[in-house]
Design a protein around this ligand. Structure first.
Ligand code: E4P
Length: 215
């Protein structure tokens, strides 16, 4: 499973890249607003820094305008994936963008049927928001399992990108469900390396090593 970082913070991106496990980055308007930087220069810097797909989101609500916006975003760099919210106008745009060879990430997804129609329109990625479903009393990961089944049943190549991940258990469940990608905040990615028994184990080895006689 690929691991994407869900942020527009360039310092977090640089640090996480140094860990050697980041396959790509997803941004959204909220992440961009938190940086306090103009979007265009920020996008250029992120795309230069990340040696993998970078999702940049469109804001228009009409298909023609989404296509125009997507073309502008795609022109920023070869690794741009245009993020389009799942709605009829969005999917009309995705169909056209897919025909033009522009990669898309269909986002703000909450149902398996939305994922089915996105795949039919040629979406490169589908982003179901598991944490937001959990927050309203639905089991977000059930959606991932349903989409996996639908895509496998019909051979859709759209990649399942699990989004709105809240903790490492979501990453584990996504991997067990056969998701293609998980995108997560910096702090969640950091936790993937950790286990209290590892810390204790290392501590014990270092303590014991002190007891080994010097040459
Ligand atoms: C994914 O691509 C989205 O940016 C992100 O996961 C949105 O989820 P959240 O705002 O609920 O964390």
């Amino acid at each position: 499973m690929k691991l994407f970082l869900d942020t527009a913070d360039i310092d977090q991106i640089r640090e996480a890249l140094s860990w050697g496990i980041v396959d790509g980055v997803t941004t959204n308007p909220t992440h961009v607003s938190k940086t306090g930087r103009p979007a265009r220069e920020l996008y250029e810097e992120i795309c230069r820094t990340v040696p993998g797909p970078v999702s940049l989101e469109t804001l228009s609500l009409d298909a023609d305008e989404i296509v125009a916006e997507a073309r502008q975003l795609a022109a920023i760099a070869d690794n741009v994936v245009v993020k389009v919210p799942i709605m009829r106008e969005g999917l009309k745009a995705v169909k056209r963008l897919s025909a033009e060879g522009i990669k898309t990430n269909v986002t703000v997804t909450f149902s398996p049927l939305q994922a089915l129609v996105a795949a039919k329109c040629g979406a490169t990625y589908i982003s179901p928001f598991v944490g937001r479903l959990d927050a309203v009393g639905h089991i977000g990961m059930d959606l991932i399992r349903q989409i996996r089944t639908i895509y496998d049943n019909y051979g859709f190549e759209t990649e399942i990108l699990v989004a709105a991940i809240r903790h490492p258990l979501h990453v584990l469940e996504a991997a067990l469900a056969g998701a293609d990608v998980s995108t997560m905040f910096f702090d969640v990615m950091k936790q993937l390396f950790d286990h209290p028994l590892t810390d204790r184990g290392i501590e014990m080895f270092l303590e014991d090593w002190k007891k080994v006689p010097k040459e």
